[in-house]
Design a protein around this ligand. Structure first.
Ligand code: NAG
Ligand code: NAG
Length: 592
C-alpha cells in the first residue's frame, strides 16, 4: 500500500518540477525526498487577487460556503455489547466504550469463558462473566470485548501524551482505581491499579495539565483534588483539600462532575454548581473567582454542558492568548429533588460565555432554541459546537427525566449574537442518562448509549440503548464534497514541536487557495460521559502562507505549531484543514 501511494505521488512531483522550471523566475525548487524521509510537493507562492483586505495573521477568513443540509443520521450498529456510558477515541481510530460493572450484565460475555469474582452487598462471592467494556472499530463497527474489573461506573478519563487512555475512579471498589488502555492492534486490554488514588472519585472530573499529567477534581463527598500518580502503579498518600467543592455542594449535590478546563496560561478553570474559580495547580492557590452564574445549577445531577471555545492562534501571539468558556443548559437547583417525587420540570435553556483570561470578565447569556440537560457539547473541526442528546424535562440519574431532546443544535460562536444557533435533523433514538458521543476523524459524530434504568432493561419506557449511530453534520452535504480538502498524509508533518513551523499538504479542486480561505484546526479527542467532554480542545493554528503546487489542485499550507504546552498539552490531536467551512478528514499528529 505504501509503495503504491509513493508511486502515485512521485508522478505529480516530477510533473510539477518541470512546470516550475518553465514558469518560475526561481527555477531552483522542486519535489524533494527530504532528509526527514517524507515526500515534499513543490510549491510557489502566488498572491491571491481575490483575497481582499484580510489581516495578515487572521486565522479566520472568508465566510463558510452555504448549505441548507440539516445533517443525516445513520444506524451503524445494533449492539454495542456494553452500554456506551463512557467514550474516548484513541489515535488508532478505535473508540473505547465502557459501562459500569455494577449491574453484572451486558449483551456479550467475556471471551474464552473468562470471569472475574465479585462480592454482593450481602458479602456473597459471585462470578461476573459479562463484558462491560469494548473496543469499537469506527470503520467496520466491529466490537472487541475488553475486561474491566474494578467498577468504572461514573468514572473519568483522558488520553495521556502517548495516546494511552487513562481512566480514573468509579464506584465502590473501583472508586480509587486508575486504569490504562493503550492503543493497540487487537492484542491489549485494560491494566488496572485498584487503590492508586487517595480519595474516592465517583463523579469526579479528570483534566490534562500543561505537563501532560492529570488533575482529578472532586467526586461524591470528596472535596479535594489529586493528580494521577506517577509512575504507573504508584499510590497517592494524600489528596489536596479543596473547600470550594464543600462550599458549592447543596441538598442535591449539584456540583458533581465539575467542568474543568486548562486555560492557555496553565491555570485550571473549575466550575461547580454556579460558581467558578481559576486554580494554579502548581501552588494550589486560587488566583481568581469569577462572577456567580445565575439561573440554576449546571453540574451533575442538573447536568448542563460546557466546553472551552476554539483557541485562536496567530503566527505571533499576544502575551495573553484568549480563552473563553461556554456553559449551556442544566436545571434549576431543586429539579433533581422534584424529579425524585415524580415531577419533571423544564431544563435550562441558556448558553453563557465567559472570557477566563480577561480580568473582571462577565458572563454573557443567550437563549438556546430548546431546553436541555444531559446533552453533549462537541467541538466540530470547523470550530462550531454541536449540542446533542439529553432531555428537556427533569435531570440526570435513573428514572429522572422525560421528553428526550432529539434535535441537535449547531452553535457558531463567531457569528453575530442571535444568528448563532441552528437546529438540525432530529434522531429517532432518545439518548438520555448514560449516553455519550464523540467526533470522528471523518468529521462524523459517533453517538451511543442511554440507560436511565437500574440495570439492563429493554422493555422500559427509555430502554437500555445498545444501538450506535453516526451523525453527519451539515458540512458533509454532498454538494460541498467538491470543496472538501484532502490532506496528503504522506507529505505532511505528523510530529510537531512547540512554536515550530511545519507544513501540511492538501488536495483541493481549486486553482488558487488563499490564506483566508483556509483554517487549520488541531483537535484533542475528549473523554465523554454524563454530558461532559473532558479534555476537549480545539486550536486554530497560525498560518504563514498557502502555496500552490504547480500541479493543479495541490496546495501546501505553512503553519506554526502551538507555542506552549499550556495552550496544547503534549499528545495526539486530529489535524483538519478547513476550506471555507468544509473540513478535510483529520490526520493524527503528535506534539511534544
Ligand atoms: C448558587 O447556587 C447555590 C446552591 O445551589 C444557591 O444557594 C444560590 O442561590 C445560587 N446563586 C445564584 C446567584 O443563583
Ligand atoms: C423493566 O422496566 C419495566 C418498566 O419499568 C418493569 O416493569 C420491568 O420489571 C423491568 N425489567 C427488569 C428486568 O428490571
Amino acid at each position: 500500500m505504501a509503495s503504491l501511494r509513493g508511486t502515485f505521488f512521485i508522478f505529480p512531483i516530477l510533473l510539477a518540477t518541470v512546470h516550475s522550471q518553465l514558469l518560475s523566475p526561481h527555477p531552483s525548487f522542486g519535489g524533494s525526498n527530504g532528509n526527514d524521509g517524507k515526500l515534499h510537493l513543490p510549491g510557489i507562492t502566488i498572491g491571491n487577487p481575490f483575497a481582499g483586505d484580510v489581516k495578515v495573521n487572521d486565522p479566520g477568513g472568508n465566510p463558510p460556503l452555504e448549505t441548507d443540509f440539516k445533517g443525516l443520521w445513520e444506524l451503524v450498529s445494533t449492539d454495542s455489547g456494553a452500554n456506551a456510558m463512557h467514550i474516548n477515541l484513541l489515535p488508532n481510530n478505535k473508540v473505547i466504550m465502557f459501562d459500569a460493572t455494577a449491574f453484572h450484565m451486558s449483551t456479550i460475555k467475556l471471551p474464552n469463558g473468562e470471569c472475574f469474582p465479585y462480592k454482593t452487598d450481602q458479602g456473597v462471592e459471585k462470578q461476573d462473566c459479562w463484558c462491560h467494556a469494548v473496543e469499537f472499530d469506527i470503520v467496520t463497527a466491529q466490537i472487541r470485548p475488553l475486561k474491566v474489573e474494578w467498577d468504572p461506573w461514573c468514572s473519568s478519563g483522558g488520553l495521556a501524551a502517548d495516546g494511552t487512555l487513562v481512566s480514573t475512579g468509579g464506584w465502590l471498589r473501583g472508586s480509587r482505581t486508575v486504569r490504562f488502555m493503550r492503543p493497540c492492534n487487537d492484542d491489549c486490554d485494560w491494566k488496572e491499579f485498584q487503590t492508586a488514588l487517595a480519595d474516592s472519585r465517583w463523579y469526579a472530573t479528570q483534566a490534562t495539565l500543561s505537563d501532560g499529567s492529570f488533575i482529578l477534581v472532586g467526586g461524591r463527598r470528596s472535596y479535594s483534588y489529586e493528580f494521577v500518580p506517577k509512575p504507573k502503579g504508584n499510590t497517592n498518600p494524600i489528596a489536596i483539600k479543596f473547600p470550594f467543592l464543600d462550599e458549592t455542594t447543596d441538598m442535591d449535590e449539584n456540583n458533581l462532575y465539575p467542568f474543568v478546563h486548562l486555560s492557555t496560561d496553565g491555570n485550571v478553570f473549575i466550575f461547580a454548581n454556579n460558581r467558578s474559580v481559576l486554580l494554579d495547580p502548581k501552588t494550589n492557590k486560587i488566583i481568581r473567582e469569577f462572577p456567580v452564574l445565575g439561573g440554576g445549577s449546571r453540574n451533575y445531577p442538573s447536568s448542563g454542558m460546557s466546553a472551552l471555545l476554539p483557541i485562536k492562534l496567530y503566527v505571533q501571539n499576544a502575551a495573553v492568548i484568549q480563552a473563553e468558556v461556554i456553559v449551556c443548559g442544566g436545571a434549576k437547583r431543586e429539579a433533581y429533588g422534584l424529579s425524585q417525587k415524580g415531577t419533571f420540570i423544564p431544563a435550562l435553556q441558556d448558553c453563557n460565555r465567559l472570557q477566563i483570561t480577561k480580568p473582571n470578565a462577565l458572563w454573557k447569556k443567550e437563549p438556546m432554541p430548546t431546553p436541555r440537560c444531559m446533552g453533549d457539547m462537541l467541538i466540530l473541526p470547523t470550530g462550531d459546537l454541536l449540542i446533542l442528546n439529553g432531555a428537556k424535562l427533569g435531570t440526570a440519574a435513573w428514572y429522572s427525566a422525560d421528553d428526550p431532546n432529539l434535535t441537535p443544535v449547531l452553535y457558531s460562536p463567531d457569528k453575530p449574537r442571535n444568528q448563532r444557533f441552528k437546529e438540525l435533523n432530529p434522531t429517532t433514538i432518545p439518548r438520555m442518562y448514560h449516553s455519550a458521543s464523540t467526533v470522528l476523524p471523518d468529521g462524523k459524530v459517533l453517538v451511543g448509549g442511554s440507560n436511565p434504568n437500574a440495570g439492563y432493561n429493554f422493555t422500559a419506557k427509555y430502554p437500555t440503548e445498545m444501538r450506535i449511530e453516526k451523525f453527519s453534520p451539515p458540512y458533509l452535504d454532498l454538494s460541498l464534497a467538491i470543496s472538501r480538502p484532502e490532506i496528503v498524509v504522506e507529505s505532511s508533518e505528523a510530529a510537531l514541536a512547540y512554536g515550530q513551523k511545519f507544513s501540511v499538504q492538501f488536495k483541493l479542486v481549486r486553482l488558487f487557495v488563499s490564506k483566508s480561505d483556509v483554517k487549520v484546526a488541531m483537535y484533542a479527542p475528549p473523554f465523554t460521559t454524563h454530558g461532559y467532554s473532558m479534555n476537549q480542545r480545539l486550536l486554530f493554528l497560525g498560518k504563514i502562507d498557502v502555496q500552490q503546487a504547480l500541479l493543479p489542485n495541490f496546495h501546501s499550507i505553512e503553519l506554526v505549531a502551538p507555542p506552549t504546552s499550556a495552550v496544547a498539552p503534549p499528545g495526539y490531536y486530529l489535524l483538519f484543514v478547513v476550506f471555507r467551512g468544509v473540513p478535510s478528514k483529520g490526520m493524527w499528529v503528535q506534539i511534544k
